[in-house]
Design a protein around this ligand. Structure first.
Ligand code: AMP
Ligand code: GLY
Length: 423
């Protein structure tokens, strides 16, 4: 079969690297892809939100499965676009519906969903310019730190954690009145701060059955010891060493099952991944957020550990076969370290020559922000490369990645040297 993967990050390179091994695969296309995907698939120029263009490419390249990497096209309704089009409706699209996409696209929607199914999450209130006075009262009655979240998508930047009450009120005003995060912050969710350690849970579901993929932990902050600004992710590890059977059972019973039941009960039409951002507070799990796609860089440690034919697995979704496939997971630990352009996540330069990739022996290099120009790889984004290694334990895996990174260079490259420091 011919497959199209939408997106251009390390996640998409990792997905294609798994699909390429499938017994079902004929040709793989990436739209728009990156320098790495161009070496194992055919890149098609275009925008993941240009559904008309995607339709043309699906038809002209005889695509039978589309894997949607990023959240934007999902939240914009790519699933519904396919299902309402006569020439596309039979094509398998791995993405949830626009309605289900609101679990990621609106923090308020996600919170209300969790309330309906008694899913543990931080106490919260939702506010707009119309009830700003109630928002101040809500803050007055909370204790520091204060968590403010833009309701809509803000590319991972829409969450502020503030220690001072007056500053929290000021930031609230700036979100609501000055549109600090654009329209997405015209509505703000204020939350109780949860103190604990985070982990990422990925559940594959077709709305009838579900499978829990390997858990992972990502490192979001730019600076060592989790300091500084939030990024798309600076590294990840799978499995999560503090996840034991008792804690997993709690997560499945209190969070995964009610989430999948809710999705079914509300006829959300889900054909894809539920990414549950969790936090462990004492011995209990709470939901920090839902996403409706795989995580990046989590995919770069989760997919290499899955030994099944992943294209076959995704292709089986929606049929009885899906329930019959047992996941086979590599026992080894995977770690990935992200090399970024200096200055990321604020200002950074592009088009720097990347050297040394051909010398990497014991790790996998997934490309994120790269492009290929006359057989030379150039930087083309903030997050540039994900260096993934597998080993007997996470410390060895991280060590392997750091050893390989020494062989790679580009001007102003930066990476965190403490991935896994908190475990
Ligand atoms: P989100 O976009 O909702 O995942 O939030 C981004 C990051 O902010 C999370 O990964 C957490 O580190 C932090 N965060 C969000 N909500 C809370 C909360 N209620 N308590 C503590 N930290 C939070
Ligand atoms: N690594 C977190 C995310 O993909 O949103």
């Amino acid at each position: 079969m011919n497959v199209l993967v939408l997106g251009s990050g390390g996640r998409e390179h990792a997905v294609i690297s798994s699909f390429i091994k499938s017994k079902l695969v004929n040709k793989i296309y990436a739209l728009p892809g990156n320098g790495g995907t161009s070496t194992i698939a055919t890149n098609i120029q275009g925008d993941v939100n240009d559904f008309k263009k995607i339709k043309e490419e699906v038809i002209s390249n005889n695509i039978s499965l589309v894997f949607v990497g990023p959240e934007d096209p999902i939240v914009n309704g790519i699933y519904d676009f396919f299902k309402s089009d006569n020439s596309l409706k039979k094509i398998k699209i791995i993405a949830p519906s626009k309605l289900a996409g609101r679990l990621e696209g609106s923090k308020e929607f996600a919170k209300k969903f969790m309330e309906r199914y008694n899913i543990p999450t931080a106490k919260h209130g939702t506010f707009t310019r119309d009830n700003i006075d109630q928002a101040y009262m809500f803050l007055d009655n909370m204790s520091s730190p204060y968590v403010l979240k833009a309701d809509g998508l803000a590319a991972g930047k829409g969450v502020l954690i503030l220690h001072d009450l007056e500053e929290a009120k000021q930031e609230l005003r700036s979100m609501i009145f000055d549109k600090k995060f654009g329209e997405s912050s015209s509505k703000v969710v204020i939350e109780e701060f949860l103190d604990g350690i985070e982990l990422s849970c990925f559940v594959l579901t077709d709305g009838n059955n579900y499978k829990i993929l390997p858990f992972a932990k990502d490192y979001k902050k730019i600076g060592e010891a989790d300091t500084g600004l939030n990024t798309g992710g600076m590294g990840a590890i799978s499995p999560v060493v503090f996840l034991d059977d008792v804690f997993l059972e709690k997560i499945e019973k209190l969070i995964i099952k009610p989430t999948i039941n809710g999705i079914m009960k509300e006829n959300m039409e889900y054909m894809g991944i539920v990414f549950i951002g969790l936090i462990k507070v004492n011995e209990d799990p709470y939901v920090i957020e839902y996403n409706v796609r795989m995580g990046d860089p989590e995919t770069e440690v989760v997919f290499p550990r899955i030994e099944n034919d992943l294209l076959e697995l995704f292709n089986s979704m929606g049929s009885t076969e899906f329930a019959n496939i047992d996941l086979i997971v590599d026992e080894r630990h995977a770690a990935t370290v992200i090399m970024v352009s200096g200055g990321y996540p604020i200002n950074y330069e592009k088009n720097k020559v990347i050297r040394g990739l051909e010398n990497i022996t014991d790790s996998i290099v997934f490309h994120a922000g790269t492009k290929k120009d006359n057989n030379v790889f150039l930087t083309n984004g903030g997050r540039v490369l994900a260096i993934t290694s597998l080993a007997k334990n996470y410390k060895q895996a991280i060590g392997l990645s750091y050893k390989q990174i020494e062989k790679i260079s580009f001007e102003k490259a930066y990476f965190r040297k403490d991935i896994g420091f908190d475990l």
